[in-house]
Design a protein around this ligand. Structure first.
Ligand SMILES: Nc1nc2c(c(=O)[nH]1)N[C@H]1C(S)=C(S)[C@@H](COP(=O)(O)OP(=O)(O)OC[C@H]3O[C@@H](n4cnc5c(N)ncnc54)[C@H](O)[C@@H]3O)O[C@H]1N2
Ligand code: MOO
Length: 885
């Protein structure tokens, strides 16, 4: 089946005019994929990178630098589309600083290096088929940029995306271009050859190429590196930077044990269960900056020797065919990394460069910092940090994640960040002009940030004043939108107090303060195998002639050995037991005769350190293991426990008290008299509150008099963080909640939604002036459920310091048409499932009335029809929220 898949893919590539080299490479990777290649590099096959040259210590004369630069070309990887930032064109066409795009700045950097050093320094982009035109348009504004005999770009190959399950090339009629992807930046070597650019460069006497990502403005063509490369005759240099805790993801270089060559291990190449080695920033203390320098003549030779391709390790990238549509079919893209070529060149070197040479813009958080006054462009268009402290940490809420949303919320430019150490934004305020951030700033729940505001520390105080509903005095306000009502609620909420809670009560809560480990992990050197602790030297030659060692003791897990192990001696040891003094390795019991006492016969050599898990390998005592803002999950709990913590300081779980109103209600289980129904809202709301992460309690039902309700509320308010009532909010003669609370600080409004139009929200005053938010939800069961989902759930999350809008909105295809009330947002109930092609299909349940409890329970999703839409026909797309995700 997949043979056919490969044949079909190759046929497509031919049809598109791909050269034989590109097809050979694709076939090579396809076979690897078929054979189940994982592309992993296990930790015990590599040594961490050590003793590398630092750029700061490289000394070269100006003349050597100039000469080296005169033989160098700058190549920028420019195939990126910025899809993760919601862009569809070339990412480098984004305005990044002082009104200039990445490409403008890159062009200016090259032009000023030329002028400064009197060199030709060609600039060439490696574009994808999607970025070429737009990028060349920008470069066309620099008429001096082109160099005789060289193009300004070459196009990297394209390969078909493959359906994840069948490995067949995917068909995607809505946009045929989305059937193709570039094969990763490792493709540059093949594309340099097939485009003829490699030969053209060499023909012009350009022997070296500096290659880096176009979104990394720190990667300027530093003549010192070129000169160092020339001086030492290096074929390949990879720039690395010192890793900090926040760089636990990107790839790193290491030395391969089998042949001593440098290799690149990317995140995707980490063997299962070895993530901690990869994440250990002390063990692998530098990361690959993806700025490389290549001797092009050596490259040409290697390519010739290897029949036109380098055979770089495969990277298997899983995505959806339309990356902007998570419901489109899943595909695999076969890729390779440019930096992985380091293993192909004997004598490659790593070069430690300052962090300033790695300043990529991967997210709008990065964009904010680069765009801000924390950085300036100097006269050579180099990005210079001028801020006072280390680069500020920025974490914007999801509304800012896509460039569009980002630009809309900073219509007058980003805030001043020179004096800022961190900026976190919760909610989606629009920032006014000339805003200044100072120190650690947390903007929480604001609707807008005023012009000239100086933000310092947590800024949520004015929120309540700004966001309180203006309709308070009116009792019943005009129809307000769902978003207005939600904002009005969220902006009044104070975050829950913090408290230290036992680990078993912390699940799902947000950590309020950094936690440091009380111990090292492991706390002591210990054995990872059942076997014998020995001195490695004692076993020299044991693989040829078995060696007999004298057993001097035994160590079980939990023991504290007081004896030591000398030459010719062994101690029987169990997994997890401390290594006795003197021993420096463990031999596994399988490699011995397993004797319990007397002599033990050993049949293998061991390297020092073998099967020893050293103290502090995982965590050093005092290190921050969990940070404020982290959400506690089962794995966090394991870590905290291992680090000696029985409790953790978190934002408290709010306690929700639920109270249903209606004289017709009887508890479930009791027989119904005429006119009565079972109270189903109480238990439903209780369960919904628990699912949202709160704790909850059912107060029971109250009848339809004001007095009854007020007495009940007086009772519950002392012990509640949030009160939720159901029923009694519409226009009926007995609508008790409204009549009792309208004058007592609760606003009753009509919201433009269906179901859930009548809504109440306000604050009750508890003992010692405590203000307790109260949600008065409509009584119809479906209305109550939807109201909880749309308003109460986000509010509970906000109280807990989680992002309010957690549920993912996806797009699905309707299987039947429907009508929706114009001017109101409809939250219909539906069954959403995948069809045989993997597309999400939405089938509305039959009963859309607010009283259909069975249909509500049958549904697994809500579909959302916007206010302005009145009709949808089968086959149209609709937004859906999958419940119980
Ligand atoms: N003249 C008007 N009547 C109604 C309007 C309106 O605008 N003008 N709005 C309708 C809409 S929309 C909704 S939603 C409901 C809201 O009603 P209430 O919140 O006042 O709730 P009740 O009247 O108490 O009950 C409505 C319905 O739900 C049943 N119910 C109530 N509590 C429970 C419970 N705990 N478990 C199960 N079922 C419950 C109750 O028996 C009623 O059938 O008002 C419309 N009317
Ligand atoms: O708006 Mo009501 O909530 O339809 O049932």
């Amino acid at each position: 089946m997949s043979d056919q898949g490969l044949a079909r893919a190759v046929e497509r590539m031919r049809g598109r005019g791909m050269g034989p080299e590109a097809i050979t490479v694709f076939e090579h990777y396809y076979r690897q994929l078929e054979e189940g290649a994982q592309g992993t590099i296990p930790e015990d096959t590599i040594e961490p990178l050590r003793d590398i040259q630092a750029l700061g210590e490289v000394e070269v004369s100006d003349e050597d630098a100039r000469r080296a630069l005169s033989q160098t070309a700058v190549i920028k990887l420019n195939g990126g589309l910025g899809t993760s930032m919601g862009m569809s064109g070339a990412k480098s066409a984004l305005e990044v600083k002082d009104g200039l795009t990445f490409l403008d700045i890159i062009a200016q950097q090259v032009l000023s290096l030329r002028e400064q050093w009197g060199v030709e320094l060609p600039l060439i982009l490696m574009n994808s088929f999607r970025t070429s035109e737009q990028s060349l348009d920008i470069l066309a504004t620099y008429p001096d940029l082109p160099v005789d005999g060289l193009p300004l770009d070459f196009i990297q190959s394209a390969e078909p995306k493959l359906l994840a399950d069948s490995l067949d090339p995917v068909d995607w009629p809505p946009d045929r271009e989305l059937e193709w992807c570039p094969p990763g930046h490792g493709d540059i070597y093949v594309s340099l050859v097939t485009s003829g650019v490699l030969d053209s460069l060499l023909a012009k006497g350009i022997r070296y190429a500096f290659i880096s990502n176009s979104d990394n403005l720190g990667a300027t063509c530093d003549p010192d590196v070129a000169a160092w490369m020339v001086e030492h005759g290096l074929p390949f240099v990879a720039e690395v930077c010192t890793r900090t805790k926040s760089d636990r993801k990107g790839g790193h270089l290491a030395t391969r044990r089998s042949d001593g060559r440098l290799i690149l291990r990317d995140t995707a190449m980490v063997a299962e269960g070895e993530e901690r080695f990869f994440a250990d920033t002390k063990r692998h203390d530098t990361f690959n900056a993806n700025n490389i320098w290549v001797d092009l003549s050596v490259l040409r030779d290697r390519m010739a020797e290897r029949a036109g391709f380098l055979g770089l390790p495969i990277i298997i990238n899983r995505k959806t065919v339309d990356p902007a549509d998570p419901t489109s079919p899943e595909v695999v893209q076969l890729e390779s990394a440019m930096g992985a070529a380091i293993e192909v060149f004997e004598g490659s070197e790593a070069l430690l460069v300052p962090r300033t040479r790695f300043r990529p813009v991967k997210t709008t958080n990065d964009l904010l910092v680069v765009r801000s006054d924390y950085f300036v462009l100097d006269e050579s268009y180099h990005l210079l940090a001028v801020g006072e402290g280390p680069e500020p940490f920025v974490d914007l809420d999801s509304a800012y994640r896509l460039v569009d949303g980002f630009e809309k919320r900073f219509p007058f430019g980003v805030p001043s960040m020179v004096e800022c150490t961190s900026l976190r934004v919760i909610g989606d305020p629009v920032f006014g002009r000339d805003v200044r951030c100072v120190g650690d700033v947390l903007v929480d729940g604001l609707r807008r940030v005023r012009d000239h505001a100086v933000l310092e520390g947590p800024v949520a105080g004015e929120t309540a004043a700004e966001g309180r509903p203006a309709a308070r005095a009116q009792g019943v306000a005009d129809l307000r939108t769902v978003d207005q009502h939600l904002r009005a609620i969220l902006s009044t909420l104070e975050p829950a107090a913090t408290a230290s809670v036992p680990l078993t009560e912390a699940l799902g809560l947000v950590v309020a303060r950094d936690v440091r480990s009380r111990v090292s992990l492991p706390p002591f050197d210990n054995s990872s195998m059942d076997g014998y602790a020995v001195r490695a030297r004692s076993l020299d030659g044991a693989d040829a002639t078995p060696v007999s060692l004298r057993i001097v003791g035994e160590v079980a897990a939990g023991a504290n050995p007081t004896f030591s192990v000398g030459p010719g001696e062994a101690a029987r040891i169990m997994t997890g037991a401390p290594i006795p003094t003197g021993a420096d390795a463990v031999i596994a019991v399988e490699d011995t005769d397993g004797a319990a006492e007397g002599p033990v016969l050993c049949r293998a050599v061991v390297a020092p350190g073998r099967y020893i898990r050293p103290r502090g390998e995982d965590v050093s005592e005092g290190a921050v293991v969990v940070s404020a803002g982290d959400v506690v999950g089962p794995r966090t709990i394991a870590l905290l426990a291992a680090c000696g913590h029985a409790t953790v300081e978190v934002h408290r779980r709010p306690h929700v008290v639920i109270l249903s109103t209606g004289a017709e209600l009887v508890p479930p289980g009791e027989p119904l008299q005429p006119g009565q129904i079972h109270d189903s809202n109480s238990t439903m709301l209780w369960a919904a509150a628990i699912s949202a992460g709160a704790s909850a309690e059912i107060r029971g039902t109250v009848g339809d008099t004001d007095a009854e309700l007020l007495v009940a509320l007086d009772e519950v308010v002392a012990g509640a963080d949030v009160v939720v009532t159901s029923g009694g909010v519409s226009m009926g003669a007995y609508d008790v909640v409204k009549s009792a609370l309208a004058d007592r600080g609760v606003d009753f409004v009509r919201v433009a939604m269906q179901p859930g139009k009548p809504q109440g929200f306000g604050y009750l005053t508890g003992p010692v002036g405590r203000r307790v938010p109260l949600f008065a939800l409509p009584g119809n069961p479906v209305s109550s459920f939807v109201s909880f989902e749309v308003f109460v759930r986000p509010a509970l999350r906000r109280l807990m310091r989680l992002t309010p809008e957690k549920r993912r909105v996806r797009s699905a295809t309707l299987t039947s048409g429907l009508r929706s009330p114009e001017g109101r947002r409809q939250f219909g109930r539906a069954v959403v499932s995948r069809n045989s092609e993997g597309a999400l299909m939405c089938t509305p349940v039959a009963g859309q009335g607010s009283h259909f409890v069975a249909d509500l329970s049958r549904a697994n999703a809500l579909f959302i029809v916007p206010e302005e839409t009145a009709d949808l026909v089968a086959g149209e797309r609709v937004d859906v929220i999958i419940l119980d995700d």
